[in-house]
Design a protein around this ligand. Structure first.
Ligand code: GLN
Length: 312
């Protein structure tokens, strides 16, 4: 394993080489607020299991978690309600359709979302959390997310992103109302969606995400604080699902190119948990057709090769 100096050099070189590799990618615009970002921003961080966090590029860049929050809601639900409860409501198989697909949901025999990392599955997770925890749901999820990321000031929701998504969420509303009509989503639709949108709008930097990845990579124990945040089994479950469902319908492609468990979001972030080694996170807003950061995938592919991180 690289020492701190080598690792910093590798990150600096990656930022220099990859920040312009955005190809034909464009920042997401279906959530209008996400389109206002500077597309040239690039930030990369690594968190080692001994507690070091190294970063390079535009390290002050802050962005919303978007689908990376699906890792938080799954881990939180597993900790609070247990494996059987969670997986009676969602599956854990990969999905070959885009992350907001309605078709795939209709096609499963029991109308259960295929996994907790597509929108339908994560809306069901949000509904479960909102139903069980009531008024304190958001505060508790934010507290959990802050502990997972080792963020001492405490993570917050970006209200502009939240409002922008909430006002333009026809597709997610369709999914949620459909799931409610067939009983897959048992809780109130708008309250479930409200928590889902707020979780997607939690603001982070790559340093936060790298610590979150390192916590999972360290069997649920935060390298930043030493706190056991998820059980060993729950960290394995989350990492397992990241391995096969983390980049939507480009998960297999990512497994071939990078080969580490990861989760992406349409803000342009990707968080990785490399078991027993480190957490990694990258941010670059221009996305490919599947909704994944173009430069982010290239950067991680190079890092994985260079540091021999491949493990799935
Ligand atoms: N908030 C986004 C949505 O629901 C998250 C999608 C994503 O990051 N892929 O569409």
């Amino acid at each position: 394993m690289e020492n701190g100096l080598d690792l910093q050099r590798i990150l600096d070189k990656t930022a220099e080489d990859c920040r312009a590799l955005t190809g034909d990618g464009k920042p997401a615009s279906y959530i209008p607020e996400l389109a206002t970002v500077n597309p040239k921003l690039f930030s990369i961080s690594a968190a080692t299991l001994d507690g070091a966090v190294l970063s390079s590029g535009d390290t002050n860049a802050r962005f919303s978690m978007q689908s990376m929050s699906k890792v938080i809601s799954l881990a939180f639900a597993l900790e609070r309600f247990g494996h059987d409860d969670v997986f009676s409501k969602v599956g854990m198989e990969p999905c070959s359709e885009p992350f907001n697909s309605i078709m795939k949901l209709e096609m499963t025999s029991n109308h259960t979302p295929l996994n907790p990392f597509i929108n339908s599955g994560s809306i069901v997770m949000a509904g479960l959390i909102a139903e069980r925890l009531g008024e304190s749901a958001l505060e508790e999820v934010l507290g959990f997310a802050s502990r997972m990321t080792g963020n001492k000031r405490g993570l917050e929701v970006n209200e502009r992103v939240y409002r922008s998504e909430s006002m333009t969420a026809d597709r997610n509303r369709s999914l949620a109302y459909f799931m409610h009509s067939i009983g897959t989503l048992s809780f109130d639709v708008e309250r479930s969606l409200d928590l889902y949108f707020r979780m997607c709008s939690i603001e982070v930097g790559t340093g936060d995400l790298a610590v979150m990845g390192a916590t999972l990579a360290n069997a649920g124990k935060s390298p930043a604080t030493g706190e056991q945040i998820t059980s060993l089994d729950n960290s394995y479950t989350v990492i397992g699902i990241m391995s096969v469902c983390g980049l939507y319908n480009e998960s297999a492609d990512f497994a071939v190119k990078v080969g580490v468990p990861a989760k992406s979001g349409v803000s342009g972030g990707i968080v990785c948990a490399v078991p027993g080694k480190m957490g990694l996170a990258v941010f670059s807003p221009p996305l490919d057709a599947g909704g994944n950061s173009v430069a982010g995938v290239k950067a991680l592919s190079g890092l994985s090769r260079q540091m021999k991180l491949r493990g799935i």
